[in-house]
Design a protein around this ligand. Structure first.
Ligand code: GLC
Length: 434
């Protein structure tokens, strides 16, 4: 059975965004941002204040960094040497869940158990030294509100976390208590930040003229330096970084797959933008479209963005990688034309994702420029989709070109690998050296 040509074209069209529509999306994003700057309840984004601006690049000294944003916890000791230079002195990493052994993210786990586990890792990084004073920066990548650089309070767990007793609490307070229980009260958390903010700090420390930081991975979110917001205690330069939580941007018309996926998801109505662009969801949309083509609507094949990456990278004459994945996950042997179409569909979903992400970046570039000229700048991005997914980075660049025309020469995206750790150390230095 070959795919129905008209149906295939129709599905591809659902995942195609032309230049004009992309322009509208970027403009809508900027408008939503401006509404939020006036009154945050008017925006679909949370637009959380970070209480930190940009580093000067002169930050120096030894700091601990805790990267807590997913199931893998990482703790580092960094030495910052200023001028964008740094060294990792020590690092440890361990998952919060090992099936059959322990699980600190399930609903039976308590905040105490989770933070005791983290305190143990911190203790390992300081070699059990309970005398020297250590300042710690904490990248806590879950939606939180704060009114200073220390006191981020978790609004709601995301990413399938369910540990009791953390929602509504100040993450650093839970950490301080755990450190005290361990006798490591000499470690003092002084800053907490979202992973996007950490990426921006890390990139700006090394590369001047960076004002936008983004994660493009399993999840998606972006922050930027808003020049008009100045907090009296605001640490850092140039205004305040706003963590947009733009995964929740919702003023965009979803296609029928987006709508259907959202309706059947854990949290319908939440994270609409993230569900269209991030690595966690692209495989789901892909699977839904294939099911429709095969007349098996509603069937789940468990296709992932890693499968899509492998398929798009398959340049073999008979597309055997694509065929093998379809055989393994969909359980079908398809004729060559259909195999090629499936590869084309994977590419279309990735390209749409990259174009939408690019539109949000351009909206922020416009916002920062106001009525003035667009200045030369870099957009720092970290994450597996940006780094490894074929077509992602190229299509961001292409879309920025379409949206900015001649001004596109002023803007490029740069990979900031590992910014979640380094950014936390920089934030700690900024808090202490302010
Ligand atoms: C989710 C979180 C956000 C984080 C992003 C990337 O969207 O809500 O805080 O920045 O994932 O990790």
């Amino acid at each position: 059975m070959a795919f129905n040509e008209a149906q295939f074209k129709d599905i591809l069209a659902e995942f195609t965004i032309g230049t004009e529509r992309l322009h509208e999306i970027a403009a809508t994003f900027r408008q939503d941002l401006q509404l939020g700057l006036r009154d945050v309840t008017l925006s679909s984004m949370r637009m959380l204040k970070s209480y930190v601006g940009l580093p000067s690049g002169k930050e120096t000294g030894e700091y601990l960094a805790l990267d807590f944003g997913g199931t893998n916890i990482r703790v580092f000791k960094f030495r910052l040497d200023g001028d964008g230079k740094f060294e990792i002195i020590k690092r440890v990493g361990r998952p919060l869940i090992v099936r059959g052994e322990y699980d600190y993210i399930c609903k039976d786990a308590t905040a105490e158990q989770m933070f005791d586990f983290i305190a143990e890792l911190i203790d390992e990084v300081i070699d059990g030294d309970h005398n020297t004073k250590y300042y710690l920066g904490h990248t806590f990548s879950f939606p939180s509100t704060q009114d200073n650089l220390y006191n981020a309070r978790l609004i709601i767990w995301t990413k399938e976390f369910a540990t009791q007793g953390v929602e509504g609490e100040v993450a650093n307070d839970l950490l301080v208590e755990a450190l005290k229980r361990r006798g490591a009260g000499n470690v003092e958390p002084v800053a907490v930040l979202n992973d996007t903010v950490a990426v921006l700090l890390s990139a700006a420390y090394k590369t001047p003229d960076t004002f936008i930081g983004s994660i493009y991975a399993t999840g998606h979110n972006t922050c930027y330096l808003e020049p008009t917001i100045h907090d009296p205690q605001g640490v850092g330069l140039g205004g305040m970084i706003l963590n947009l939580e733009c995964g929740n941007f919702s003023k965009i018309v979803p296609n029928r797959f987006d709508a259907e996926y959202d309706a059947g998801s854990e949290k319908p109505g939440e994270q609409r933008f993230e569900k269209m662009v991030s690595g966690r969801y692209m495989g789901e949309l892909f699977g839904m479209a294939i099911a429709e083509l095969l007349g098996e609507k509603g069937k789940h094949y468990g296709l992932t963005s890693i499968d899509m990456s492998a398929m798009i990278s398959d340049n073999s004459p008979n597309l055997h990688v694509v065929s093998d994945i379809i055989m393994a996950k969909v359980g079908r042997e398809l004729e060559f034309d259909d195999v090629a179409k499936i590869r084309e569909l994977a590419a279309a979903i990735v390209i749409r994702s990259a174009r939408l992400v690019a539109a949000s970046f351009v909206a922020l570039v416009w916002q920062r420029a106001g009525s003035g000229k667009i200045q030369k700048q870099h957009v720092a991005v970290d994450g597996s989709v940006y780094e490894k997914m074929p077509l992602a980075k190229d299509n961001i660049t292409k879309a920025i070109g379409e949206l900015l025309g001649d001004d596109a020469a002023q803007v490029d995206t740069i990979l900031d690998n590992g910014g979640s750790g380094l950014g936390a150390a920089i934030a700690a230095a900024m808090a202490v050296q302010k």
